[in-house]
Design a protein around this ligand. Structure first.
Ligand code: OAD
Length: 234
């Protein structure tokens, strides 16, 4: 059997926006309504753990009521013709729920719980909320298993390996402003076909990328259909 071409799909909050999840930097996005240092840093958690847990518990609830959209489904469809690795900055599980089988979460997973003392202790959650007093096996408070500012990004080497092997890269709905994750896109081979889908009229594409402006839910199925039919977009 001939080896299938590898597609790396790199996603950010914009791919889940049409599922009703807030982005970070758009008008009304999470970082416009909340201070990063309050809700997304170890210092913020130490200062007011109840407020931070409440912030993530509310996001968990929104996610549990959300459904994957046409973009997530189109990404999953790509597996019909390609080896597909999804590298996502998103902490939601909508790619998995749409059917993608290889999803790498570089910024963690909001529905999982993590020890606040030992980041290697990560648990499947057994209830929707994390409350003050919910402890890890070593007796420390549990927190959501998301990467906060100042903490190490997850699976970076493994993600970099996939980018270097990609023959196509599809970037969807990310401002590419948070490093080191955003730097992964520069690792794709020069000859790879590279496409960025964004709603942002002003976003400039990384070197070698073709930009498609529009909603992820409209544009991703078009890109997927073209690639599955063996057409390039250029
Ligand atoms: P941002 O909020 O920074 O960027 C979202 C991007 O998606 C913007 O370029 C929007 O124009 C675009 N967008 C919004 N809706 C869209 C739609 N329906 N279709 C297509 N594009 C759309 O989100 P991220 O780039 O994901 O990290 O943010 C990166 C990281 O910053 C997050 O993972 C998070 C945050 O701080 C951590 O918490 C560590």
């Amino acid at each position: 059997m001939s080896q299938r071409e590898k597609i790396v799909v790199f996603t950010g909050a914009g791919v889940s926006q049409e599922s009703g999840l807030s982005t970070f930097r758009d008008l009304g996005g999470l970082w416009q309504t909340h201070r990063i240092e309050d809700v997304a840093s170890p210092e913020g958690f130490a200062k007011d753990p109840a407020m931070v847990l409440d912030f993530y518990n509310r996001r968990r609830k929104v996610l549990m009521e959300a459904e994957p959209n046409a973009a997530h489904r189109a990404v999953a469809d790509l597996e019909k013709g390609f080896e597909v690795v999804v590298v996502t900055q998103n902490v939601d599980n909508l790619h998995e729920r749409a059917g993608s089988t290889r999803v790498i979460h570089v910024h963690g997973e909001i529905l999982k719980n993590q020890s606040s003392a030992d980041p290697s202790l990560i648990y499947e959650s057994d209830k929707p909320e994390i409350e003050l007093g919910d402890l890890c096996e070593k007796g420390s408070q549990l927190r959501p298993a998301v990467v906060w500012f100042g903490e190490a990004v997850m699976h970076l080497d493994e993600s970099a390996k996939h980018f270097r092997q990609a023959s196509k890269v599809l970037v969807i709905g990310t401002s590419l402003s948070v490093f080191p994750a955003a730097g992964l896109v520069d690792l794709a081979p020069a000859r790879a076909e590279k496409v960025l889908i964004t709603l942002d009229d002003d976003q400039t594409a990384p070197w070698g990328f073709e930009v498609i402006r529009g909603k992820a839910g409209d544009m991703t199925p078009r890109v997927a259909a073209a690639w599955l039919a063996g057409r390039t977009l250029l």
